[in-house]
Structures are given as structure tokens and as C-alpha cells.
Design a protein around this ligand. Structure first.
Ligand code: C5P
Length: 233
């Protein structure tokens, strides 16, 4: 059985290192992995990543790299040098790019997980059609996830709805990192499709990303503990 703390990633969607560290201190021992995304990284740069790593936390650097293979590989090497544990690339950057990213990761730090973002959950079938991708979002998600795994990615970022289909259609022990989590009693906020922590794990998620339900709570540590309790099975 997994330690549930290995499965919980707290999203630090704030715009200063001080605000991020306040959340980390409030969560305490209830979580050990934090997601640094483009908001915090753009505001504070690599210093916040170094500080989190130096304090013994694991960092999921969610900058969704999407560029030519050489450039992405170079960025992956820099991220590995910062000590991050997980990072994201866009699968639509193609197989050569993902191969370059995963080879750069492997050579820098064999434990660094490169995760692929397939289709942003803000896009629907009609949006894809306008982008020249004809067919259903779910088929494109499966196609891009299969490509990502074939090109060395250790997993994908996917909604819980997509997770069960990915598990049934694709072989192997790959990671599925799932955002859009709410406790049953909560206001869904701007997340259109939400699931509870237990539903996400049952659907096949290996990790859940939780932002505002923890970071906006009056007692973030107790909220995180409640979530851990729900995924301890
Ligand atoms: O605050 P909340 O729990 O909604 O945060 C979810 C995190 O997951 C945010 O950092 C958001 O950018 C990210 N995310 C998401 N939905 C996706 C992909 C990523 O909410 N489809």
C-alpha cells in the first residue's frame, strides 16, 4: 500500500514566496509535495523551488514546457538541477520533444518524473475541431497519452474522468496526476468537473493535486489530514 502522503500534491497557486511559505508552514507534516506552477514561478523564479527542496519538500514544477526538443531538454536539465521531483511537458509538442525531455531527465536524475499534459480540460470537442483536430477529446487524450508513454514519460496529467479510460486502455504502471479535487461538502469554485479524493484514486489516479481546498482552508493541516484519510485505502 502507498503512504497516502506520497499521493497528495498541494498546489501553491500564489504570487509570492512569502505566501507560499505560509501555506507550507500551515500544512506542516500533512503533505510533502508541492506544485509550483507558472504563477508562482513567474513571480519568484527558481529561488522558491530551491528553498522548498532545501527544506526537504518534493517539488512538482508545472511549467508545461512546449518548445523544440533541444530547448525543452535544456530546460529539463535546469529543472533537474533545481532538484524538482516531477515536471510537465505538453504532449502536443510531439514524440521527438518528449523523447529529448525524458532522456535529459534520465541523464540528470533517474528519479525525475516527466509527466505529459494531453488535452487541456478547458478544451472541448468544438475547440479541438477549430484547432484542426477532428474527433473526440477523449480519443485525442488517449492518443497523446500513448505517445507520451512510448516516448519515455512516466505519466500524464489527467482529469479523473479520463483516468479510468487511460487505465483500461493503456498498459503499464504509469502515473496519473489528477487535479480538480473537492471534498464532497465543498463549493466547486471554477472547476467545472470535480471529484472527491477517493473518487480520483478509485478512478486510477496515482496522485491528486489539491489547491484551494487546502490553501484556502482555515486550518490547512486538518484539511490535508482529512484528504489523506480519504485516500488511505
Ligand atoms: O485550487 P484547485 O484545487 O482548483 O487547484 C488545482 C490545480 O490544478 C491548479 O494549480 C490548476 O492550475 C491545476 N489544474 C487544474 N485543471 C486542470 C489542469 C491543472 O485545475 N485541468
Amino acid at each position: 500500500m502507498y503512504d497516502p502522503r506520497q499521493r497528495l500534491i498541494v498546489a501553491l497557486d500564489v504570487s509570492s514566496a512569502a505566501a507560499a511559505q505560509k501555506i507550507v508552514a500551515a500544512v506542516g507534516d500533512s503533505a510533502s509535495c508541492y506544485k509550483v506552477g507558472m504563477q508562482l514561478y513567474t513571480a519568484e523564479g527558481p529561488g522558491i523551488v530551491r528553498d522548498l527542496v532545501a527544506s526537504g519538500r518534493r517539488v512538482f514544477l508545472d511549467l508545461k514546457y512546449h518548445d523544440i526538443p533541444n530547448t525543452v531538454a535544456a530546460a529539463v536539465r535546469e529543472a533537474a538541477g533545481l532538484g524538482v521531483s516531477m515536471l510537465t511537458v505538453h504532449a502536443s509538442g510531439g514524440g521527438k520533444m518528449m523523447r529529448a525531455a525524458t532522456e535529459a531527465a534520465r541523464k540528470s536524475n533517474a528519479a525525475l518524473m516527466v509527466l505529459a499534459v494531453t488535452v487541456l480540460t478547458s478544451l472541448d470537442d468544438n475547440d479541438l475541431d477549430k484547432l484542426g483536430v477532428h474527433g473526440r477529446v477523449k480519443d485525442q487524450v488517449l492518443r497523446l497519452a500513448a505517445l507520451a508513454l512510448a516516448d519515455g514519460c512516466q505519466g500524464v496529467v489527467a482529469s479523473a474522468q479520463e483516468a479510468s479510460e487511460l487505465r483500461s486502455e493503456l498498459d503499464g504502471d504509469f502515473a496519473i496526476v489528477t487535479p480538480g479535487i473537492r471534498l464532497a461538502s465543498m463549493d466547486p469554485g471554477d472547476q467545472a468537473r470535480v471529484v472527491t479524493p477517493a473518487e480520483a484514486i478509485a478512478a486510477g489516479a496515482s496522485h491528486i493535486v489539491v489547491g484551494r481546498p487546502i490553501t484556502g482552508a482555515a486550518d490547512p493541516a486538518s484539511e490535508a489530514r482529512a484528504i489523506l484519510g480519504q485516500i488511505s485505502f
